[in-house]
Design a protein around this ligand. Sequence first.
Ligand code: AMP
Ligand code: ZN
Length: 469
Amino acid sequence: MKVYNTLSKRKEEFTPLEEGKVKMYVCGPTVYNLIHIGNARPMIVFDTVRRYLEYRGYQVDYVSNFTDVDDKIIAKAMEEGVDAEVISQRYMQECKKDMEEMNVKPATVHPLATQEIDGMIEMIQTLVDKGFAYAAADGTVYFRVKKFPEYGKLSHKNLDDLQSGFRSLQVSGAGQKEDPLDFVLWKPKKEGEPSWPSPWCDGRPGWHIECSVMAKKYLGDEIDIHAGGEDLIFPHHENEIAQSECCNGKIFSRYWMHNAFLNIDNRKMSKSLGNFFTVREVGEEYDLQTLRFFMLSAHYRSPLNFSRELMTAAKNGLERIQTAAEHLRHVKDQGEGGPLTGEEEKLLEQANDFAAKFREAMEDDFNTADAIAAVFELVKFSNTHAKEGCTKAFGEKLYETMETLTDILGLQLEVKEEILDQEIERLIEKRQAARKAKDFQKADQIRDMLLEKGILLEDTREGVKWKRV
Ligand code: AMP
Ligand code: ZN
């Protein structure tokens, strides 16, 4: 399996540190608002990487943080006159809802920055003790960039170039820094901001230190894959490398993966330009499965332009796959009994070729665009060959193949049918009537049908209660 590594700027053969296991860290969002569709790109892309690795038999430890202390969160909290925690908790819950709708699996661990302050103080202290960090008079702690000669290895920047670039800039804290390149590990508190005691001053951590600490705590000093959007390469990931490698004395991550940006009207999508959509807004118009399919229709390292036309194309494409799957379900249920015919066996070999093509695409740095093309070939094949007179077994095998592939992409083959409350109440009444008439078979049928639609019935003394599960 080949993975493009930002560190070497090449595709490299993937070899994990420990056979059969992958330790993966993905930088998560800062939770101060509903996530936008740009934030959704790394979530969907790296969830798909994880799913493929799991399909390949790896046990994946997947850690993704929520940044829940940050200037933007604090600003929003002040605007609303509430604690920062109220804001971060609210948007973290909303983010999890969006993730679920996009079929992004929950991480093995979703650590929160505010719950890991002790670990951050410990790491900063180690860096100070080793001479890689220093505290200024006001209690701000800086990382001493010049002490780490490998600084710049991820972003392929040269220390001298960086230096001259910085000289022409007015940098915050310039007066008390030993060097303009030095970055903040800990900063003193300001009035009304959340803060924690530390050996240097009451304050809060810099952004970069949180990921170094969470990766270390939940995955160890050395990890296999570290990922995020390409805007994080510099300075965030460069600084993470400096902190982790100087603290631990080991190579931090073997592979660094970065997704390209999602644009709107071929311009960078950003809040300041006002040209962004939240996942929630898009979800009002489209099923978020369509958004997922749209995101995977391009290679993750190619810029992707969001437009109505492309979303419509994605919607149609996904429907084509789902319709073929529905047809296969029909064949599976209504087909002839008995074993596969000789001809069907041969046909299934061809179908396996599409699955092989899919795998080949994914093995080549997770080329989901080509993988989707292979799914479409399978769809076309299935529409041609799965018809009247086929065996159930043939329908089952084809369906299984289709499901395996779409599951790797995190796409659901069955269209979720929303069942309305009114309809549920009506069916419950019907079930009660069936029970009264001692037609228990019918009553059970109704209960099972509701369960299939995600409605669980509970018979209580006060009557039948139901909930969505
Ligand atoms: P943030 O909350 O800004 O730290 O972003 C969370 C994640 O979303 C990071 O991995 C960013 O690189 C990524 N991201 C933000 N905007 C975009 C975008 N327009 N396209 C792709 N990824 C993005
Ligand atoms: Zn990070």
